[in-house]
Design a protein around this ligand. Structure first.
Ligand code: SF4
Ligand code: SF4
Length: 422
């Protein structure tokens, strides 16, 4: 990444000609052990680097979706700037924002912070939300807005945002890929990728459409099989596409865990936070080159810097501890139902998402009496968990891969037990 902005913008031909050189130089620039496997011997040092799309990126990316807010609900700029400065100082260089983060304020605040810094000292990352652009004209409007908001002349990494069956269909309709390839030719985008949220099968037509340089997927030790992240990862790996990761902590759930799971991890390493285990698990996958984390608090940032400086590969014993912690976590965890209602109607009329909603609220507040009262008043008798005949029809439609009949059986058993206690 030693091209100046002017050099980079000079011409498309220049961009093409410099690509292999830039790749070589980026590898040279990586700190000792930077792109090596996490198994390499490491001393305490700057944040580990890996090579993504030929660039030396810090493995820890700064996701700018959940920045600190002031009393007025707006981004607390001085607080955000302190976090960003500390991240840079620790060796971080990857700033990931998007059009809708903080209603557009994330792009503006980040642009203000980065303006005036050497352009080759960081990577600016943004994304095209086709559902907000909606038309070819809209693509142009969104892209120009993003450049203006961030005060940038180009984006280092740019993604088609949140693809899946629906958004990829829309992207094709409005020729979003063609639009972005034009911007790439102009030098407004250096590396083009996509972010993805759907069943792995939905990735196939996207992978066939273009030689993507990188892709971002939801990946963590809980979603590996449950969300079919493993299949997504393997598809990208088979194509040689570098993987960036979102949701390494599953929306913070893997940083919070529950008491039994935390106790298992604490016994394995009293000093390591639950979040550090989750990050190291993701970092142990060789195709993963970048892990985004939304670090809105100084304590989270410092903990992450410790984890990544440098990141350490998990031992077999540590992997065992994570498996045990996950099992303990899932024993008391609420059902990861998103209320999409793809699973209904059930042929015998079980009110699946309504039951899961009550159950999840109970798992949060722990109020047995209130749960039982609500269950018996709000769920009609013939729609309760006890009515499930395990026909398995619902499970085929659940994008979260929830074992619905098993969860219903668990809920029914708890309801029976609570009735006995009442
Ligand atoms: S498995 Fe149970 S809940 Fe699912 S569709 Fe069949 S009867 Fe309904
Ligand atoms: S399909 Fe799955 S996630 Fe959607 S409402 Fe049903 S159980 Fe919940």
């Amino acid at each position: 990444m030693n091209m100046t902005r002017r050099e980079f913008l000079k011409s498309a031909a220049l961009v093409a000609a410099l690509a292999p050189f830039a790749r070589l130089r980026a590898q040279d620039a990586a700190p000792a052990g930077g792109d090596a496997s996490p198994a390499a011997p490491r001393a305490t040092g700057p944040i580990t680097r890996r090579t993504m799309a030929g660039e030396s990126v810090s493995l820890l990316g700064f996701g700018c979706m959940r920045l600190p807010r002031g009393a007025d609900g707006k981004i607390d700029r001085p607080a955000a700037q302190r976090l960003w400065s500390r991240y840079l100082e620790a060796g971080g260089n990857y700033f990931d924002t998007a059009y809708m983060y903080h209603d557009g304020e994330s792009e503006v605040a980040l642009g203000e912070f980065l303006a005036g810094r050497p352009r080759d000292s960081y990577f600016l990352v943004d994304k095209m939300p086709v559902w907000m652009a909606r038309t070819e004209e809209g693509l142009k409007r969104v892209f120009e807005d993003q450049l203006a908001r961030t005060k940038a002349e180009y984006f280092d990494f740019y993604l088609l945002h949140s693809l899946g069956w629906g958004n990829w269909g829309l992207a094709q309709k409005i020729h979003a890929l063609e639009f972005l390839l034009e911007r790439k030719k102009e030098g407004r985008i250096r590396h083009l990728g996509f972010s993805f949220h759907d069943a792995p099968e939905a990735m196939d037509p996207i992978l066939e459409a273009y030689d993507w340089e990188f892709a971002m997927i939801q990946l963590n030790y809980q979603d590996w099989t449950r969300y079919r992240s493993k299949e997504q990862y393997e598809k990208l790996d088979a194509k040689g596409i570098d993987v960036a990761v979102m949701e390494p902590l599953r929306g913070g759930a893997l940083a919070r865990l529950n008491d039994p799971a935390k106790a298992i991890l604490r016994q394995a390493d009293p000093d390591a936070s639950p979040a550090s285990w989750a990050f190291r698990w993701v970092a142990s996958l060789p195709r993963v080159k970048l892990i985004n984390s939304g670090m809105g608090r100084e304590s989270d940032l410092e903990d992450n810097i410790r984890t990544f400086s440098p990141v350490k590969e998990l031992t077999d014993d540590e992997r065992g501890a994570i498996s045990a912690a996950l099992a303990a976590f899932q024993r008391t965890q609420a059902v990861p139902c998103t209320a999409c209602r793809y699973c209904v109607p059930c042929p015998v009329g079980v009110a699946i998402p309504d039951i899961f909603a009550l159950w999840n609220a109970y798992k949060e507040d722990g109020n047995k009496r209130s749960f039982l009262a609500r269950y018996e008043t709000r769920i009609p008798e013939d729609a309760r968990a006890s009515e499930c005949v395990r026909c398995m029809r619902c499970t085929k439609h659940c994008p979260q891969k929830i074992a619905i009949p098993d969860e219903l059986a668990k809920i029914d058993a708890e309801v029976q037990a609570l009735r006995g206690e009442a």
